[in-house]
Design a binder for this molecule. Structure first.
Ligand code: SF4
Length: 378
């Protein structure tokens, strides 16, 4: 099983907190789409014999592209790779771009999952985040998707926004439940380097996020999820009726994937490589037949660290038998020795021979995971 990812690096404007690679423009650079089509056909042999279980249009803002451009990319992907009949095909959309005709076009071309970048249903939060849509737009985008027959919808929300308050966070969550949205990605607002948010906070022009408030939102989120039948299957992801993001599951399970477009990554089980983080650099490199900007080979230590990083974020945890099979009994024993103090503190637990983070552990996962990493190469 494998996945395909298409990075569409354009946004109407840059949201204050965002550090993804994207260009604030709705006008595509000449040569961008032909370069992506060329890259698809150039890489068609790389997943030979593998079935594609998920295709993901992310960004940036894929919904900024004319629907015909998305169709061309999807068509080229279907011709070049072996897409499973029930392949999950997701497109990220921003509420402000979505209308009935665009959503209908997505549906007709075979997109079967829409991920909506709503972030909040409150104007005050949307202003803080410098999003370019309104509360009304956010609601309309959900109604449009439902009206066009999409039953697999994911909504992105952000918590820990200064001034958000528990009530308004609760209302955001209740809105998701009221539309019976099957998948929620809920992210704790983080202040990344080189973002407008960081600059504004450094200048003292905005109120800074408060750790305690964010922790309160996280607990409220978990309680809400349990009440409404959503599984908390990954630190930031919640699914009702088993509607996990198949694409993300593929990443977490170490499946192979190919990425297309500027800054997109690929992985073949032993090495990872990625395209240049510049639209013109990307177009030039594709046209020279050398799209990958850099690559890294993964040794056993890196693979083990990745297993910890991804496994502990999920409800399935890290399978200790798999650790032994892949990296040896000594590695498993060392892992459990390092985990002992966190097991005692109630931040980790072992269940069905899997090492898992508890809800208290999830709040300090970065530190815990780093402390479990081996000191020596395996
Ligand atoms: S729309 Fe998404 S990718 Fe674009 S700037 Fe905002 S958060 Fe970043």
């Amino acid at each position: 099983m494998a996945g395909l990812y298409f990075h569409i690096p354009y946004c109407k404007r840059k949201c204050s907190y965002c550090n993804f690679f994207s260009v604030a423009s709705s006008k595509l650079k000449t040569g961008f789409l032909p370069a992506m089509l060329k890259e698809i056909s150039a890489k068609s042999s790389l997943l030979a014999g593998q079935h594609i279980e998920s295709v993901y249009f992310g960004g940036g803002t894929p919904s900024l592209l004319p629907a015909g451009d998305i169709y061309s990319l999807l068509n080229a992907a279907s011709a070049a790779f072996s897409l499973q009949p029930d392949c999950e095909i997701t497109l990220e959309a921003n509420p402000g771009d979505l209308n009935e005709s665009k959503a209908a076009a997505y549906k007709n071309m075979g997109i079967n999952r829409i991920s909506l970048g709503i972030q909040s249903f409150h104007e005050q939060d949307l202003r803080y985040l410098q999003r370019d849509h309104t509360q009304r737009c956010a609601v309309q985008s959900i109604e449009t998707c439902i009206h066009q027959g999409f039953d697999n919808i994911s909504v992105d929300l952000i918590y820990g926004i200064p001034g958000q308050g528990m009530d308004s966070w609760q209302e955001n969550l209740d809105m998701v439940a009221s539309f019976r949205i099957p998948h929620l990605s809920a992210y704790w607002l983080t202040v990344e380097e080189k973002t407008a948010l960081k600059w504004l906070l450094d200048k003292g022009r905005l109120q800074a996020p408060d750790e305690e408030e964010g922790t309160g939102h996280f607990h409220l989120l978990r309680a809400w999820a349990a009440r409404h039948g959503y599984e908390h299957y990954e630190i930031s992801n919640f699914a009702a009726n088993g509607r996990y993001s198949r694409h993300n599951l593929g990443y977490w399970r170490g499946n192979h994937y190919l990425g297309f477009g500027p800054s997109a990554h690929a992985y073949d089980g032993s090495k990872r490589w990625w395209n240049p983080s510049s639209v013109s650099g990307y177009i030039a490199s594709v046209n020279h037949g050398t799209p990958a900007a850099e690559e890294e080979s993964l040794d056993d230590r890196m693979k083990f660290e990745e297993m910890l990083l991804t496994g502990l974020r999920t409800q399935w945890g890290v399978d200790l038998q798999r650790v032994t099979t892949a990296f040896g009994a000594e590695t498993q024993a060392n892992l459990l020795t390092k985990a002992a103090s966190y097991l005692d503190a109630g931040w980790l637990r072992v269940e069905n021979d899997c090492l898992k983070a508890t809800s208290a552990g999830m709040l300090r996962l970065d530190g815990i995971t780093a402390a479990l990493f081996p000191e020596e190469p395996l």
